[in-house]
Design a protein around this ligand. Structure first.
Ligand code: 3PG
Ligand code: MG
Length: 399
């Protein structure tokens, strides 16, 4: 099985050809203002886009944004993304008001060599995410008709069996873009023979989302540090009361089993920051992880835990981090995430930050992105890769 990449396509010559680029421009938007709060995913596809425009291609970009229900929904319009993409490219980006309709066709027809168009949100069409092969296929036919070659640079969406990710490449010559290539190379290092100690830090809210990756990683890692909302289900499994903290009651037994099988590799918080309410100004204190008051909820890991996690990361040679350690969007509960992120940058290790939220946290906390080995644009996608699952978007590129 081989996957051709952008250089192979460029070598064939793309001048004057319409090249479709599936990007993951699913960026976080401010709920009140609708403004883009983190443009990391837009910046991440620039190398592929500029390589194509530089070679004279007519570049047609498409993406999803959020989870609209198969019909147009203005709050999920990609229009603001087109504006930001234009700023970053330093060139006009033509925006089509639909994905495969009249606006898309005329926008693509109007493209001059070296120009870029962005189509409206793929998920405004029910065919994009349909489980029905025929419905997805019909939509993919329309998408494929817009171009002559297909580049997948949407790493964040390669785990989705969607028309634009899975079915369009079956209809056109297809290659992996620069971002997809780099992401896969990096993750392959982690699944191959990572240099040891290999330490993984997992956070985020739900154990159920991370269960498969924990199972897959346990035999491979030297240490697995667990913080974030998901740590409370583990603390409960250890027999501690967790107050009103996030808890997945139905996962407690599973977590107990994992702890038993983990051979001491799983490290849990010893202290947490517990608050009266889920609010930026809520009264809060640091408490022992086995003494969370019944009326309080843990919103961050405590300072002693940060120190312990930092010590566990200090001699690491390979690090993978996915998921914030606390509610980092609120200053009072950001210290855990910041402390762990800083410890990762201090280690003399190859470090990979996986995922939308942790990547956004790195930037929101003003940390130096270049002090990490790689910041992935894919949360779910990188986890599923590490689980060893077949990713539909990658499989579709194989020949
Ligand atoms: C993401 O943000 O996780 C990717 O863009 C995929 O989006 P989805 O989870 O809505 O499919
Ligand atoms: Mg997701």
């Amino acid at each position: 099985m081989t996957i051709r990449n952008l250089d192979d396509l460029l070598a064939e010559g793309v001048s004057g050809r319409r090249v479709l680029v599936r990007a993951d421009l699913n960026v976080p938007l401010d709920k009140q203002t609708g403004k883009i709060t983190d443009d990391g995913r837009i910046r991440a596809v620039l190398p592929t886009l500029t390589a194509l425009t530089g070679a004279g291609a007519k570049v047609v970009v498409f993406s999803h944004l959020g989870r609209p229900k198969g019909a147009p929904d203005p709050q999920f319009s990609l229009r603001p993304v087109a504006a930001r993409l234009g700023e970053l490219l330093g060139a006009q980006v033509r925006f089509a008001e639909d994905t495969v309709g009249e606006s898309a066709r005329s926008t693509v027809d109007a493209l001059a060599d070296g120009e870029v168009a962005l189509l409206e949100n793929l998920r405004f069409n029910s065919g994009e995410t349909s489980k029905d092969e025929a419905e997805r296929g019909a939509f993919a036919d329309q998408l494929a008709a817009l171009g002559e070659a297909y580049v997948d640079d949407a790493f964040g969406a390669v785990h989705r069996k969607h028309a634009s990710v899975f079915d369009v490449p079956a209809r056109l010559p297809h290659v992996a873009g620069r971002l997809v290539l780099r992401e896969v190379e990096v993750l392959a290092k982690l699944t191959g023979e990572p240099e040891r100690p290999y330490v993984v830090v997992l956070g985020g809210s739900k154990v159920s989302d991370k269960l498969a990756v924990i199972e897959a990683l346990l035999p491979k890692v030297d240490r697995l540090l667990i913080g974030g909302g998901m740590c409370f289900t583990f603390l409960k499994a250890q027999g501690h009361e967790v107050g009103t903290s996030l808890l997945e009651e139905e996962m407690v037994e599973t977590c107990r089993g994992l702890l038993e099988r983990a051979d001491g590799k799983i490290v849990l918080p010893v202290d947490v920051v517990a608050a009266d309410a889920f609010a930026p100004d809520a009264a809060h204190d640091t408490v022992r992880a086995d003494a969370i008051p019944s009326h309080r909820l843990g919103l961050d890991i405590g300072p002693e835990t940060v120190a312990g996690f930092a010590a566990a990361l200090a001699d690491a040679k390979t690090i993978f981090w996915n998921g914030p350690m606390g509610v980092f969007e609120m200053a009072a509960f950001a210290n855990g995430t910041r402390g762990v992120a800083e410890a990762i940058t201090k280690a003399d290790a190859f470090s990979v930050v996986g995922g939308g939220d942790s990547a956004a946290a790195v930037r929101a906390l003003g940390l130096d992105e270049s002090s990490f080995g790689h910041i992935s644009t894919g949360g779910g996608a990188s986890l599923e890769y590490l689980e060893g699952k077949t990713l539909p978007g990658i499989a579709a590129l194989e020949d």
